[in-house]
Design a protein around this ligand. Sequence first.
Ligand code: FES
Length: 335
Amino acid sequence: MSTHDSAGGESLTGNTSASAPGDTGRPANPPSAKSPTGPEDVGPRADKRSERLVATCFGVSSLAAIAFLVVFWALPKTDVAYTPLLGVCLAVSLFGVGVGAILWAKKIMPDEEAVQERHPMYSTPEDAAKTAAVFAEGTEKTGVARRRLLRYSFLGAMGTLALPIVPIISDLGVHPRGNARQLKTSPWKKGDRLTTEEGAPVRIGDLEYGGILTVFPNGNTSPSNSLAPTVLIRLRAGENQPRPGRETWEVDGHVAYSAICTHAGCPAKLYEQQTHHMLCPCHQSTFLVTEHCRPIFGPAARPLPQLPLALDNEGFFVAGAAYQEPLGPSFWERS
Ligand code: FES
């Protein structure tokens, strides 16, 4: 239904003006006209066909929303098709509802033009009653009350469309308050071997002076262990200035720090061996490795957490203890 506004009965659009052609130079149109394309003009069989078409759109939308859930839970998040499939399912679901609604309005609801009179900015009881009647009439015209197929398919599509919101919200990550203990749990524990990304354990002597290596606990490089990446750095004797109480956390000049920036969680692994600066490329936070990775530039407010080091009987590096402080962005620590 399209509507034209008019003042005091005179149309603002011109094509429904009541004035004579000689007054405005424009032809006068009738104040309202009925379109020849209303549902009563196309017959009951075509009407049924339209109803089924709209219901099909809503049904496709529902199936796509359910497919979203199936992909979300059944496919591994590391699968290359995971994100594209989620996007396609959500797009089809939204598209189905949108197309169904448009077809409903175009093919099933009556198409007529009307002139809306401009009126004072308050409603008399009569106007309110008229509005309620128009609303009821509009609802009746949608056919929602008597077309059960349309009603149920539409309600089904709207209901299933809301389903993807549940896993999306539940996948935003741990709640900083409700799961504070989980955030403070170290992904490393005492005795875990320091291993390369390929799973090879690191032995003393593997690193040159000034060398740096990203290590994981016992070869666990799983994305769910995203706070585990740690950098092992070899300093020259006497270069390290440990924090009081952490004198035994290094092994023969080797020190280990979390590779997750304490500002916003980017990987902070750009090591400059002449200056011993560790740079985070996201917002340029710089940490001084020889001084327990304290921040000397940029937005990071606290040092990179240090992992105590030790050697096992075979000369491989192991964690001397778990991390003693929360890993990742400082936000978690404040929670
Ligand atoms: S995340 Fe490292 S500086 Fe912002």
